[in-house]
Design a protein around this ligand. Structure first.
Ligand code: T4K
Length: 403
């Protein structure tokens, strides 16, 4: 092992990486193809409002998922808001507490109260058995989130929804390119929402889309994303501006075309992490089920303090000192963020698994910007930290005393 790894930056050494290694560094795709599309946009002088590249992007996404409709939007948060409204959700809606805050905010932003369900610690997704307990006459729907691209238990969720006559949609922000029981994610529930944010598997700089087989919902969403216009001078619905631009669609198409290259890089890195972290006490990498289609986009590691003798925050501090910007997604859980924390200050009592896991999970860098050699160095840092847990704790404690 290189001397500089042994000499951890938190213990006085210098960072092993001169430049930061980010979680969510964008995948670029073919630069020439992108520039050709930029030229087309300039030549055609059509920049937004359902332009040709947006239409092509929608068609390719719908085909890939195997659904009738894809409605591209400016980002997934607006796409969630529009989908929620198109489904007619109101009152209260069940969502997992363990998700990016956008899932909850998309409801709250339109006066709908998110009711937080606990997660299944094995999958990190909403635990169906906790949903049943939260059903009241005020609940009008469930939004499952396919966290890290791993599918929710759609069968259980949809059978609960059927029993109570409520609607189901999914936040599939992480799950483009993934399948569940051989069927592409995007084709479950009444509709599903993808994110094409810069940090996502497939990106359009900023972007999102709702996919659905339901003609009425798709038609409604197309109206809603364009101010409610049904032709020139005719508004038939209170809409908003959720449109994707042509430059974003150009990036989306370029990224879509690079999908195989991105999966290959992610998978290579995942295998390298698997090897590099294997056998480390208290450090477990969340595995992918290789019998399904996967995007391998998130490298998710659980830190069990009782065995690693370091907690997640201490390990993240070690990594960050080395310029590896590991993230604590989705700590501390939506229920501990505002305004939800103030609405229900003791919500955590009903969310024991979320509470525990949100404090144990860290996400590590991957993607086309990260090489296998980088991954091995990151694993070396984790190994050194665990091997020198006492020194790391001591160094962090004395740094806190000095500060
Ligand atoms: N539902 C779920 C389950 C989601 O995870 C998300 C978004 C949404 C809904 C909403 O989707 P969008 O409305 O965003 O389409 C990031 C992303 O901003 C967010 O899209 C994503 N989930 C979430 C999990 O992660 P932050 O606050 O951590 O982003 P940020 O700016 O810190 O970026 C992460 C890292 O990526 C940075 O360390 C730097 C690097 N980066 C970022 C950008 C934007 C780059 O290297 N280049 C870049 O251009 O939320």
């Amino acid at each position: 092992m290189r001397e500089s790894i042994k000499n951890l930056a938190v213990c006085g050494g210098s960072p092993i990486f001169a430049e930061p290694l980010h979680v969510g560094r964008p995948n670029l795709g073919d630069r020439e193809a992108m520039l050709r599309r930029v030229n087309e946009i300039f030549d055609g002088r059509w920049f937004t409002n359902n332009g040709p590249l947006v239409q092509e992007f929608e068609q390719r996404i719908a085909e890939h998922v195997g659904v009738k409709h894809c409605v591209a939007m400016c980002n997934a948060t607006i796409a969630l808001e529009i989908a929620i409204r198109a489904l007619g959700l109101h009152g209260e809606v069940i969502v997992p507490a363990y998700t990016f805050i956008a899932t909850a905010h998309a409801l709250q932003w339109q006066g709908i109260t998110p009711v937080f369900a606990d997660m299944d610690p094995a999958t990190h997704n909403i635990a169906p058995e906790t949903i049943d307990r939260l059903i009241t006459p005020r609940i009008t729907g469930i939004i499952g989130v396919h966290v890290w691209g791993r599918p929710c238990d759609t069968e259980a969720i949809e059978s609960i929804a059927q029993k109570h006559q409520i609607k189901v949609m999914y936040d599939a922000a992480h799950a483009f390119g993934c399948s569940h029981r051989g069927r592409m994610i995007g084709s479950f529930g009444l509709c599903e929402v993808f994110s094409f944010h810069a940090t996502k598997f497939i990106n359009s700089f900023e972007g999102g889309a709702v996919v659905t087989d339901n003609d009425d919902i798709a038609a409604k969403m197309r109206l809603m994303r364009n101010f409610g216009f049904a032709g020139y001078d005719k508004v038939i619905y209170p809409g908003t501006n959720g449109k994707m631009t042509e430059i974003c669609a150009a990036m989306g198409l370029t990224s879509f075309e690079a999908m195989e290259v991105i999966v290959a890089a992610n998978r290579r890195n995942y295998e390298a992490y698997r090897e590099g972290l294997s056998g480390l006490p208290g450090i477990s990498l969340k595995e992918f089920d290789s019998s399904e289609r996967q995007n391998y986009q998130y490298i998710v590691v659980k830190v069990d303090e009782t065995r690693a003798m370091l907690n997640r925050d201490e390990l993240v501090a070690v990594l960050q000192a080395q310029n590896v910007l590991a993230r604590k997604y989705f700590w501390p859980g939506c229920h501990r963020m505002e305004p939800y924390k103030s609405f229900v200050p003791d919500a955590h009592r009903l969310l024991p698994h979320t509470e525990k896991l949100a404090a144990q999970i860290m996400v590590l860098p991957t993607g086309t910007a990260i090489s296998e050699a980088d991954v091995m160095l990151v694993c070396g840092i984790v190994r050194s930290a665990v091997a020198r847990a006492d020194d790391v704790r001591l160094a962090q404690k004395s740094a806190m005393t000095i500060n």
